[in-house]
Design a protein around this ligand. Structure first.
Ligand code: NAG
Ligand code: NAG
Ligand code: NAG
Ligand code: NAG
Ligand code: NAG
Ligand code: NAG
Ligand code: NAG
Ligand code: NAG
Ligand code: NAG
Ligand code: NAG
Ligand code: NAG
Ligand code: NAG
Length: 812
C-alpha cells in the first residue's frame, strides 16, 4: 500500500477487508469509522513504522500490553513511542484505540475507561483523523482540512526515543519534551533518568537523575555541534538544528541519507546513545554514548551499591549488603540498591551491660566518597570520629582525612570503586555478626581440612569405582574429537577440565578464557562469556553452530560449547603462544623476528579473507586487533572471536566502546553511523599491520611524547623512508621491500573512504607479492586528527586522551 493512492481507495480496501476479522489494516490512519484492537495494526505509507498493541520482555508471562509505534522493517522489535508506558492494559482484544465523539484519540479498556487520550479541550470540530507518518510520528488532524495545523502529534510526547525529525525541547503549548529512560529491560514505565533541554533556557541538554539532579551536560550548542560531544564534530552524518522563538525552543535533527535507520535513546543505563540499525548484522550498532563511563551516571547502583568501571556487571553491593530486589538487578535496573544483610545492633551501643556485641566498622579503600557528607567539627581524631558515628543510630559510615571527620546519616549514594588507586578510605558501619564472618573463616578452615581428609578417603573409593566409567568416557570423547561436529559439554565437565576455572589465560570484552585439559591430556581454551547476555539458548546454539562450521587453518577452531541456564561457554583449541599482543608488545625477552611478523600478517589476512569471501555467509569480524590474533606453537596465526556479535546480543556495542584499546582499531564509519561493511575489518587490519611494523601500540606514549604512529607511517611513506618506522628492537634486521609493502598496504587499509580501501582478498594478494600497489594518499582522518584534538579521545586512550593529541607533526 505504499503507493500514494487517493484516500478513498484505501478506505474502499478497508471495507473489503472488514469482513475478515483480525486482519492487519491496509491503512495508515484511524478515523471515526475504524478503530484498532487485538492484533490489528496500521502502517505508515512508506512501510517504515507500525502502530499497534505489543508486549515487552522475555518474561512475557506477565500480561502487560502497550500501545505504541515500532519499526516495521527492523527485525529486532524496537518500540519508539508508547502511549501508555506507565499504565499497561491486560487484554488488547477488549481494548480499543479510537476517535471519541469529542474528536480526541483515546485508548479505552474493556470497561470503556480512558487509559490514555490526546486530551485536547478546544477542538472546533469532531471529525478528526489520526495518521501514522513515515517519520514515526502519529498526528491528529481535522479530516476536512488536512493542510491545517496539527492538533496533536506524538513527537511532542516522546518516551525514551528521539527519532529524526522529532523535536526535543520545550513549548508553551505542550510543555517540556523530555526523554525518560525505561524502568528496566522488561518494563517501559518511566525510569529514573531523563534528558531535557536546559530549563533555564540555554541551548544545551542535561541528563537528570530523578528529574532533579543533573549529572551530564551536552555543553552549549555553537551552531554546529555541542562542546561536550566530540563525536559530532567530524564526519557526523546527522544535521542538528536549534530553533528558538517566543513559543518554543527545541532541537531537531535529520539524517542525510534517508535509508539509514537511526535513533537517539535515553537508555536505562543512564546514558544517551545514538544507535544505527545494521542490516548485515541484524543489530543496533552504537554510534556514540554519553556519558562514556558507565560509572559517571549518578547513583547508578542505588543506595549502598558501588560502581566499578572495570567489572561487568558494573554494580555490586557493599560488603554486608544484598540486593533489595534481585529480580530488578537481573533486569539491568540496579537503581533500587542494596540493604543490610543483618540489622545494626544500634541500641546496645550505649549499654555496656548488654551482651550483644557492638557494631563495627569495615574499612574500604580507594573509594570515591558518597554524596552529602556531614562534616563534624567536634571530632578531631579518627577515634573521635568513629565514636561520633557509633553514637548516632542513623550514622552509616564515616571518613577521616587530615583532621576532617565526615559522617553519613542517610543512604550512601553514588559510591565508586576507583581502579587507578586514587580515592579515599571509607569506614562502613556493619553489624558485628557481618564482620565476625572473617573470624569464622579460621574455624571454618579447620573444619574444611578435617572435611577434606574424610572427603579424600571417600573420594578415593568413589574414584576407583568411577575409573571404569571414566575410561569409557575418555574413549567417547576421543572419538568425538575426530569428528568435525561440535561437542556439547556440561558445565560440570568444563569445571573439571579447567580445574574449577583456576588457570585464567586472559580476559577480553566478552569474558574470560581459561586453560583446560581434556581426558587425553590435550589442552583446550575454555571461554566463559560474561556480562548481561541477551541471547536465548536456542539462538545461541544456532549461532554457535554457524561459527562451528567455519574452519580454516588461520581461524581459531571451535570445538565445543556449553549452554546451561545462564551459563554460556565455548571450547577452542589451545594456543601455546597466546595472543599476538603479548608477543608483540609485552614480551621483551624474545622479540618476534621480521619473517615471523610477515608470516603472521599473511596468515591473519588469509583468515580474514576467508571469513569475508569464502565461507557461506560472509562474516564481518568487527573486532580485529592483536588480542584476537592467536599464535599456535609454530606461530601460525589464528584469528579468534569472530561471530561474537550475535552470541552476546546488544552487549556487543558496549563491549566495543568500553574496552580500552579497541577503539583505536575502529574504522571511522563506526562513529558516523553508516552501515558497517567488511571494509571496517580492513581498516582494523591496517592498524594491526602498522603495529607489526613498529612493535608498539599505535597510540602509545613514547619517551614522554606521543606520536600517532599511523600518521607518522603515512608521512614516512611519502618521504620514502619507511625503514625508520621499523621496530628498533629488530636492529634493522628485516626485508626492506616487505616492510615497505606492509606499510603501503596498511596505509591503504586505513583510508577514510571505504571504497578506497582494498578488499581482504586484495590485501592478501599484495602481501603475497602477486599484486602491485602504489603510494597511498595520507588518510584524511589522520590529518584531521592533528588539528582536531577532541576526536583523538575516541581513537586513542580514554584515560589520557588530552596528552595523546600532541602529535609530533605540524602538518604535511
Ligand atoms: C490476528 O489473530 C487472528 C486470530 O488469532 C489470526 O487468525 C490472524 O492471523 C492474526 N492476524 C495477524 C496479522 O497476526
Ligand atoms: C464513516 O461512515 C459514515 C457512514 O457509515 C460515512 O458517512 C462517513 O463519511 C464515514 N467517515 C469517514 C471519515 O470515512
Ligand atoms: C486475543 O484473541 C486471540 C484470538 O481470539 C487469542 O488468540 C488471544 O489469546 C487473545 N489475547 C488475549 C490476551 O486474550
Ligand atoms: C459530531 O457532533 C455532532 C453534534 O455536535 C454529532 O451529531 C455527531 O455525531 C458527531 N460526529 C462524530 C463523528 O462524533
Ligand atoms: C486532560 O487535561 C486536563 C487539563 O487540561 C487534566 O486535568 C486531565 O487530567 C487530563 N486528562 C487525561 C485523561 O489526561
Ligand atoms: C485549511 O486550513 C488552512 C490553515 O489553517 C486555512 O488557511 C484554510 O482556509 C483552511 N481551509 C478550509 C477549507 O477550511
Ligand atoms: C537555573 O538557574 C537557577 C537560578 O539561576 C540555578 O539555581 C540552577 O542551577 C540553573 N539550572 C541549571 C540546570 O543550570
Ligand atoms: C525522587 O524525587 C522525589 C521527589 O522529587 C522523591 O520523593 C523520591 O524519593 C526520589 N527518588 C529517589 C530514588 O530518591
Ligand atoms: C522486584 O521487582 C520486580 C520487577 O520490578 C517486581 O515485579 C517484584 O514485585 C519486586 N519484588 C519485590 C519483593 O519487591
Ligand atoms: C540508648 O540511648 C537512647 C538515646 O540515645 C536511649 O533512648 C536508650 O534508652 C538508651 N539505651 C539504653 C539501653 O540505655
Ligand atoms: C543523629 O543524626 C541525625 C541526623 O543528623 C540527627 O537529627 C540526630 O539528632 C542525631 N542523633 C544524635 C543522638 O546525635
Ligand atoms: C577540612 O575542612 C575544612 C573546612 O571544612 C576545609 O577548609 C579543609 O580544606 C578540609 N581539609 C581537607 C584536607 O579536606
Amino acid at each position: 500500500m505504499a503507493s500514494p493512492k487517493p484516500r478513498w481507495f484505501l478506505l474502499f480496501l478497508f471495507f473489503l477487508c472488514c469482513n475478515i476479522p483480525f486482519i492487519s489494516f491496509a491503512s495508515d490512519h484511524i478515523s471515526f469509522n475504524n478503530s484498532l484492537s487485538g492484533n490489528q495494526t496500521i502502517s505508515s505509507q512508506g512501510g517504515k513504522f507500525e502502530l499497534g498493541f505489543f508486549q515487552l520482555g522475555k518474561r512475557s508471562a506477565s500480561s502487560n500490553y502497550y500501545l505504541g509505534i515500532w519499526y516495521k522493517k527492523v527485525s529486532e522489535f524496537t518500540p519508539v513511542w508508547i502511549a501508555n508506558r506507565n499504565t499497561p492494559i491486560s487484554d488488547p482484544n477488549t481494548s480499543e484505540l479510537r476517535i471519541l465523539a469529542t474528536g480526541n484519540l483515546a485508548l479505552l479498556d474493556y470497561k470503556n475507561t480512558q487509559i490514555w487520550s490526546t486530551n485536547i479541550s478546544s477542538l472546533s470540530s469532531n471529525s478528526t483523523i489520526c495518521t501514522l507518518l513515515d517519520t514515526g510520528n502519529l498526528v491528529l488532524q481535522y479530516s476536512s482540512n488536512q493542510t491545517a495545523t496539527l492538533l496533536w502529534q506524538s513527537v511532542d510526547y516522546p518516551t525514551d526515543t528521539w527519532l529524526p525529525g522529532g523535536k526535543l525541547g520545550r513549548s508553551k503549548a505542550t510543555g517540556t519534551h523530555r526523554m525518560v529512560s525505561r524502568k528496566n529491560s522488561d518494563d517501559p514505565a518511566e525510569g529514573i533518568y531523563s534528558i531535557e533541554i536546559d530549563p533555564n533556557g540555554s541551548s544545551q541538554f542535561f541528563i537528570y537523575w530523578n528529574k532533579s539532579r543533573p549529572y551530564w551536560t551536552s555543553g552549549k550548542w555553537n551552531g554546529k555541534s555541542f562542546t561536550n560531544l566530540p563525536e559530532m564534530q567530524e564526519n557526523y552524518q546527522y544535521n542538528f538544528e536549534y530553533v528558538s522563538n517566543e513559543n518554543e525552543n527545541y532541537f531537531t535533527y535529520s539524517v542525510q541519507d534517508d535509508s539509514i535507520i537511526s535513533r537517539l535513546v535515553m537508555d536505562l543505563s543512564g546514558q544517551v546513545k545514538q544507535l544505527t540499525w545494521l542490516e548485515e548484522q541484524q543489530q543496533w550498532i552504537l554510534v556514540w554514548i554519553q556519558p562514556q563511563a558507565q560509572c559517571d551516571v549518578y547513583a547508578l547502583c542505588g543506595p549502598f551499591g558501588s560502581c566499578d568501571e572495570k567489572s561487568l556487571p558494573y554494580c555490586s553491593c557493599l560488603t554486608g549488603f544484598k540486593e533489595v530486589n534481585s529480580t530488578e538487578w537481573e533486569l539491568s535496573d540496579p537503581t533500587g540498591g542494596c540493604i543490610r544483610k543483618s540489622p545494626l545492633k544500634c541500641s546496645a551501643n550505649n549499654d555496656s551491660s548488654s551482651n550483644g556485641p557492638n557494631d563495627q566498622f569495615f574499612q574500604m579503600s580507594t573509594i570515591r566518597l558518597p554524596d552529602n557528607p556531614h562534616v563534624l567539627n567536634t571530632a578531631n581524631t579518627i577515634q573521635d570520629c568513629e565514636i561520633a558515628c557509633l553514637q548516632n543510630c542513623s550514622c552509616n559510615a564515616f571518613a577521616y582525612k587530615s583532621m576532617n571527620c565526615s559522617v553519613w546519616y542517610e543512604n550512601l549514594l553514588n559510591l565508586h570503586q576507583e581502579t587507578d588507586g586514587s580515592g579515599e578510605m571509607l569506614f562502613l558501619r556493619l553489624s558485628a555478626s557481618e564482620l565476625k564472618n572473617g573470624n569464622h573463616m579460621k574455624k571454618d578452615t579447620i573444619w574444611i581440612i578435617i572435611g577434606s581428609v574424610i572427603g579424600f578417603l571417600v573420594c578415593t573409593v568413589i574414584i576407583l569405582l568411577l575409573v571404569r566409567v571414566y575410561q569409557l568416557r575418555k574413549f567417547v570423547l576421543a572419538i568425538r574429537e575426530s569428528e568435525s561436529s561440535l561437542v556439547t559439554l556440561t558445565y560440570g565437565d568444563l569445571k573439571r577440565m579447567t580445574n574449577n576455572f583456576s588457570d585464567r589465560l586472559g580476559r577480553g570484552g566478552f569474558g574470560s578464557v581459561f586453560k583446560g585439559t581434556l581426558p587425553n591430556s590435550r589442552y583446550v581454551a575454555v571461554k566463559r562469556l560474561e556480562g548481561n547476555l541477551q541471547v536465548g539458548e536456542k539462538q545461541f546454539r544456532n549461532e554457535v553452530s554457524t561459527i562451528g562450521i567455519v574452519q580454516h587453518v588461520n581461524l581459531a577452531r571451535l570445538r565445543g560449547l556449553c549452554c546451561e541456564r545462564n551459563k554460556r561457554l565455548l571450547v577452542y583449541d589451545y594456543m601455546e603462544n597466546g595472543s599476538l599482543d603479548t608477543k608483540l608488545f609485552h614480551g621483551s625477552s624474545t622479540v618476534l623476528d621480521w619473517n615471523r611478523r610477515y608470516q603472521i600478517a599473511l596468515g591473519a589476512a588469509r583468515g580474514l579473507a576467508y571469513l569475508h569471501e569464502s565461507c557461506r555467509d560472509c562474516i564481518i569480524h568487527c573486532d580485529v586487533k592483536p588480542e584476537n590474533i592467536l599464535l599456535d606453537k609454530h606461530f601460525v596465526p589464528k584469528v579468534a572471536d569472530f561471530g561474537m556479535a550475535k552470541l552476546v546480543g546488544r552487549e556487543f556495542s558496549r563491549v566495543l566502546t568500553t574496552v580500552r584499546g579497541t577503539i583505536g582499531y575502529l574504522a571511522p564509519e563506526w562513529l558516523s553511523g553508516v552501515a558497517i561493511s567488511v571494509k571496517a575489518d580492513v581498516y582494523s587490519f591496517g592498524m594491526v599491520l602498522l603495529e607489526l611494523v613498529s612493535g608498539r601500540r599505535n597510540s602509545e606514549e613514547l619517551e614522554g611524547h606521543v606520536d600517532y604512529f599511523p600518521l607518522l607511517a603515512a608521512i614516512k611513506l611519502h618521504e620514502g623512508n619507511v625503514f625508520s618506522l621499523l621496530d628498533h628492537r629488530l636492529n634493522g634486521d628485516a626485508n626492506l621491500e616487505e616492510v615497505e609493502r606492509v606499510c603501503k598496504i596498511a596505509c591503504w587499509c586505513i583510508q577514510n573512504e571505504e571504497h578506497n580501501r582494498p578488499t581482504m582478498g586484495q590485501v592478501l594478494q599484495i602481501l603475497e607479492g602477486s599484486l602491485e600497489v602504489g603510494i597511498p594518499p595520507i588518510p584524511r582522518l589522520l590529518k584531521v586528527l592533528t588539528e582536531d584534538t577532541a576526536s583523538l579521545v575516541f581513537f586513542g586512550e580514554h584515560s589520557h586522551g588530552e596528552q595523546s593529541c600532541s602529535v609530533g607533526y605540524s602538518d604535511s
